[in-house]
Write a protein that binds this ligand. Structure first.
Ligand code: MG
Length: 294
């Protein structure tokens, strides 16, 4: 159900979400591949990734085991970049199918369990590192943290150097750039808000809390092409105007973990929600992806 909370929210479309798949334990990390019209996502506790074919509607395995993969995105060349809880690293899947480790340590210490990732058009890779994948064996391998905190990192496109860009989060989670890539939105699931930062070179300058979550907790976030922030929350997806106001919601029958705009026109919202993946065709389009900006 689409719910407007403010006159600025003029979103219409399918009233009833279409369930594309059911049978996950905790679905996460949806990423849409325009070139082969498919959606790939993670089912973290089942240690697998699944793929839905937009042409046939078929769902099958993409990668299993999957290193307890969580968040996924595409880089400027359309390559899959993934966060692996189990391997405690960020990897890239090359065009030939091989994988490359992007980052697995900070100053010689292993990450906790990288959660979500976004790529800027300059090739830098930004990711969050909460401890969900090492807290228990449920969605990774139980282990002690080595770094001693849950931080946000940037991987340099030139030399691959890993830099800590925020060290005052409790559980950093979803993240997304503004349309001009001058700002980075980062959700903190434990503090239950989204903070916004100005991007200055390879660093971040805090601008403050952008939005507080009103139902459940914030997880994955994405922008639409008007610069509004769409966030996974307890009762569905919340849409925040660029000034932070909660202007509308799309309700789903299960707790939502993450979302992605896809389809050939980026006007199809894909949502990973606990056991299921849902989609809706909407009168709103997702932000231009990083691979469409060259
Ligand atoms: Mg997440």
């Amino acid at each position: 159900m689409i719910e407007a909370l403010d006159p600025r929210f003029k979103v219409n479309g399918d009233e009833t979400p279409e369930r594309l798949y059911q049978g996950c334990r905790w679905a996460e990390g949806p990423v849409y591949f325009p070139a082969h019209r498919s959606l790939v996502w993670s089912d973290i506790p089942n240690d697998r990734m699944l793929r839905w074919d937009e042409v046939t509607g078929a769902v099958g395995p993409f990668r299993q085991p999957a290193g307890y993969t969580n968040g996924n995105t595409l880089d400027a060349q359309g390559r899959l970049v993934s966060c692996q809880h189990g391997e405690r690293r960020v990897i890239r899947t090359e065009h030939d199918g091989s994988t490359t480790v992007i980052a697995d340590r900070y100053q010689g210490k292993r990450f906790n369990s990288p959660n979500d990732v976004v790529v800027r058009s300059d090739g830098s890779i930004w990711f969050t590192d909460p401890s969900y994948g090492i807290d228990s064996d449920y969605e990774g391998h139980r282990a002690a943290g080595e770094i001693g905190g849950c931080h946000v990192y940037r991987v340099d496109p030139a030399g691959g150097e890993v830099r800590m860009v925020a060290d005052d989060f409790v559980r950093p989670n979803g993240l997304a750039f503004s349309l001009d890539e001058q700002r980075l939105y980062i959700a903190d699931t434990r503090a239950n808000h989204i903070r916004v930062f100005k991007v200055t070179g390879d660093s971040l300058a805090e601008e403050g809390v952008f939005a507080e979550c009103t139902v459940g907790v914030f997880d994955g976030i994405r922008l639409d092409d008007a610069g509004r922030v769409w966030a996974a929350a307890g009762d569905g997806v919340h849409c925040h105007d660029s000034d932070g106001t909660l202007i509308g919601k799309i309700h789903f029958p299960e707790i939502v973990s993450n979302l992605a705009f896809g389809g050939p026109k980026r006007n199809r919202l894909f949502v990973t929600a606990t056991s299921s993946v849902y989609s809706l065709l909407l009168t709103v389009n997702g932000a231009p992806p990083v691979y469409g900006r060259r």
